[in-house]
Each structure stands twice: as structure tokens, then as C-alpha cells.
Design a binder for this molecule. Structure first.
Ligand code: ADP
Ligand code: ASP
Ligand code: MG
Length: 412
């Protein structure tokens, strides 16, 4: 029988009533003759609550126990979804990550899926089970411990299952009816896209659009999974939602496809660093070893053999970055005048594969921000994106102004 993967996010399984609504949707697909893998998130707000409890109990927590606690939200919804389906006379069974097993790396709280063995589930389908409900976001490390896949990780569980089982499609049900030109919560003019290319979705996700976890898009692209984002609160039609697909399958031809923002960005500056060969390696080597995700980097003009080095990283990693840099000073690998951390910044990015062949996008972006009186602190570009760091208080304004400037509310 053909297999379908259906993933329900936190708001779609927020209480028993919502779980029933989601289960009805699953029932429709079962009636069509599909074997369905349902991936569930924790009820909305649950994961945040669990993370809060861990921090309250142990500020410098053991990452293995963090995962033991934080993964539990999905166990509850998996069991409830299986029970709900059974109540509807649909043969269903729930599976926690370790039972499948979903094998992952041992990077607790940010583990990568290494392998999914679908044999157990396949055998159950062969025996007449119609739905396997799998707890998203969790897996099993080589050491036999429970791991989690990072925030939003249920999306990745879903795509990984779709790839492993050769599913016909992977449907991601969420609280918006698709992928928009920007976060509809920030701009009322945001427009739903019928299709978006894997590459663009990958950039948008990694630059802050949390509608899909970045790794889920990476996997979908690598394994050519037909990935759809749609609302669990609207009628399901064949053309509902947004299809994430290959570039060749897209008709729209806008230069910029979407605007992403990331609120939790920090700008760090090392003042007066010796400008010598090897200095960048001496700074960014220890940062990388400490697990700091450096994004933008700017080295300024040097004067008298000294220069300033600026980089951006997630706000939550500032303390870790400071610690790594101070350690590098103590071991004599680097030396600097002072270290400034600006945590009141946000990153705004314009993304579009059309940028590959059209110039002038950066100039238009900078002009738009300047017309709004917004100062740009750092700039970074790649083939299909331009990102800027600005004061966080201008974040919404910048997103809306850029959305207007690139006519994203209009079909192109
Ligand atoms: P779920 O709990 O279903 O996984 P998430 O909260 O993780 O849902 O993701 C959905 C949210 O992503 C939306 O409510 C929306 O605010 C946000 N979002 C950010 N950027 C976009 C975008 N470009 N298109 C759609 N939603 C977006
Ligand atoms: N419950 C997890 C989170 O909130 C995973 C997910 O929902 O995708 O991050
Ligand atoms: Mg999510």
C-alpha cells in the first residue's frame, strides 16, 4: 500500500479535541487506502514548559537529562493520538523514537538522524495496522540514551520517515495555511506561496522562518521528498498549502521570494586585534570548537597593525563565545583590546533564486532601509540571499518595508 506521512505541530494537537480533528484527517487518508505514518509534536507550549522546568532544576544541566525531560511531551501526544484513532475504529499504534528505532548522533538537544529502521512498522502494516503514530523530535543515541533533534525537530522526523519509507508525500500540518512571503504574524500583507523551491525554503528556514526546521528541508531536498505545508484548520484540497519542490517546477519568477527575520541575533566585536596571518583561524577556531554558530563576519581596515573583527551569533550563545575567546587569550592564541556584545540586534534577510541572475537587489534593499532611517550594522550575501543586522526595535518595520519594496504582496 502507498505510504503517506502526516505531521501535526503543537497547535494541531493542543488538546484532546484538536487531536480528534487531526485524527479525522488521518482517517480520510486511511479510507483512500494509504498506510499512514503520523508524526506528532508535543501539545503547544509543552516543550517550552519542560525546558523551563529543566532550567529551574539545574541551570547548568546535564544535556542527557535535558533530553530525557524535553522529549516527553511528544510521548503524551503520540499515545493520545493512537487512542483517538482506535476510538474511531482505525487500527493504530504509537511508537516512541527508541522503539522504531530512530537512530541519531549523540549531540544531545541538537542530534542528527542517522538511520531509521522501518522494519518494525512495516511488519505491523502487513498485519493490518493502518496508522503508526510516531513521537516526533526524539531518537536514540549510539550510547542508548534518548536524544532530541533541536527546536522544531518534529518536521525533521517527518521528512526522515518519508524518505525512509518512500512515502508518496510528507504533509506538515501547522497553524498557518502554508509558507508565506514573510511571517504572516509580522506582516498582514504576507502572501501565501503555492510553491517554493527547496533552496529558497532552506535559506528562509536557516535565516529564521521557523515554519519548517532547516534540517527537514535539507533532507527533503536530498531525498527528493514531496513536502507540503498546510493548515490543520482548513479544508483539505489537492492544491491546499504550499509545495516545497524543485526549482524547475515553479512558475513564479520574482527576484525576491521571501523575507526572513531572526530576533535572537547578537553582534560581537573584538576591538584592536593584531592583524596578522592566522588571526581569523585563531579567533574562529575556538568559537567553532565551543559550538558557537557564527554567521556573518566582518574584518575592518587595519591601522598600525591592529584591526576590529565583528561577527554575529545567536544571542543564547554569547556567553559561550565570550568564554571561548577569553580562554584563547589566556592560552596566548589571541589578544585584543576589548570585546563588545550587542544583543539588541536582529537579522533581516531577503531570499530568492532570481538573485542569481539579477543585480541591484542589494542596492534596493539598502535604499529601502535607509528611507526608513534604519542603520545597517553588518551585511552578508550569498548567491540567493542578502542579510543585514539592524537594531531590533526596527525589525518589524524593516520586514514590512522590504516586503513592500519587492512587491511581495503581488503575484509575479
Ligand atoms: P508548529 O508548531 O506547527 O510546528 P511553528 O510555530 O513551528 O508551528 O511554525 C509555524 C509558524 O511559523 C507560523 O505560525 C508563523 O508565525 C511562523 N512563520 C515564520 N515565517 C513564516 C513564513 N514565511 N510562512 C509561514 N509561517 C511562518
Ligand atoms: N516540540 C518540539 C518543539 O517545540 C519539536 C516540534 O514541535 O517540532 O520544538
Ligand atoms: Mg515547528
Amino acid at each position: 500500500m502507498p505510504v503517506l506521512v502526516m505531521k501535526f505541530g503543537g497547535t494541531s494537537v493542543a488538546d484532546p479535541d484538536r487531536i480528534r480533528r487531526a485524527a479525522k484527517r488521518v482517517g480520510v487518508e486511511v479510507a483512500k487506502g494509504y498506510d499512514v505514518i503520523v508524526i506528532v509534536s508535543a501539545m503547544s507550549g509543552k516543550t517550552n514548559e519542560l525546558i523551563g522546568w529543566v532550567g529551574e532544576t539545574s541551570p547548568l544541566y546535564d544535556a542527557r537529562e535535558y533530553d530525557a525531560v524535553v522529549s516527553s511531551g511528544e510521548n503524551v501526544t503520540a499515545g493520545l493520538m493512537a487512542l483517538t484513532l482506535q476510538e474511531m475504529d482505525i487500527p493504530a499504534r504509537s511508537w516512541q523514537g527508541w522503539q522504531v528505532p530512530v537512530k541519531t548522533s549523540s549531540a544531545h538537544s541538537a542530534a542528527r538522524i542517522l538511520d531509521i529502521s522501518p522494519a518494525n512498522i512495516m511488519a505491523k502494516f502487513a498485519e493490518g495496522m493502518s496508522v503508526a503514530v510516531v513521537a516526533g523530535f526524539q531518537g536514540l543515541s549510539p550510547e542508548g540514551r534518548i536524544t532530541t533533534l533541536g527546536r522544531g525537530g518534529s518536521d525533521t522526523t517527518a521528512v526522515a520517515f518519508a524518505a525512509a519509507m518512500g512515502a508518496e508525500r510528507c504533509d506538515i500540518f501547522t497553524d498557518v495555511d502554508g509558507v508565506y512571503t514573510t511571517d504572516p504574524r509580522i506582516s498582514s500583507k504576507a502572501r501565501k506561496l503555492d510553491r517554493i523551491a527547496y533552496e529558497e525554503m532552506l535559506e528562509l528556514a536557516s535565516l529564521g522562518a521557523k515554519v519548517l526546521q532547516t534540517r527537514s528541508v535539507e533532507l527533503a531536498m536530498r531525498f527528493n521528498v514531496k513536502l507540503r505545508v498546510l493548515s490543520s484548520f482548513q479544508e483539505q484540497t489537492d492544491d491546499a498549502g504550499t509545495l516545497v519542490c524543485a526549482e524547475e517546477e515553479i512558475m513564479e519568477s520574482k527576484v525576491v521570494t521571501g523575507i526572513a527575520y531572526s530576533r535572537d541575533e547578537a553582534k560581537m566585536t573584538l576591538m584592536s586585534v593584531a592583524d596578522r596571518p592566522g588571526i581569523a583561524a585563531a579567533i574562529f577556531g575556538p568559537l567553532s570548537e565551543a559550538g558557537v554558530n557564527v554567521d556573518m563576519i566582518v574584518q575592518n581596515i587595519s591601522e598600525d597593525g591592529r584591526t576590529d573583527m565583528t561577527f554575529s551569533c545567536p544571542t543564547e550563545q554569547v556567553a559561550r563565545a565570550e568564554k571561548a575567546l577569553k580562554a584563547a587569550v589566556e592560552t596566548g592564541h589571541i589578544e585584543y583590546g576589548s570585546l563588545l556584545a550587542d544583543t539588541d540586534v536582529a537579522k533581516i534577510s531577503a531570499v530568492g533564486i532570481g538573485m542569481r541572475s539579477q543585480s541591484g537587489v542589494a542596492a534596493k534593499m539598502f535604499r529601502t532601509l535607509s528611507n526608513e532611517g534604519i542603520n545597517i550594522k553588518v551585511i552578508a550575501t550569498s548567491e540567493i540571499k542578502i542579510s543585514v543586522l539592524i537594531d531590533r526595535k526596527y525589525m518589524e518595520l524593516a520586514v514590512q518595508a522590504l516586503h513592500d519594496a519587492f512587491d511581495l504582496d503581488k503575484v509575479g
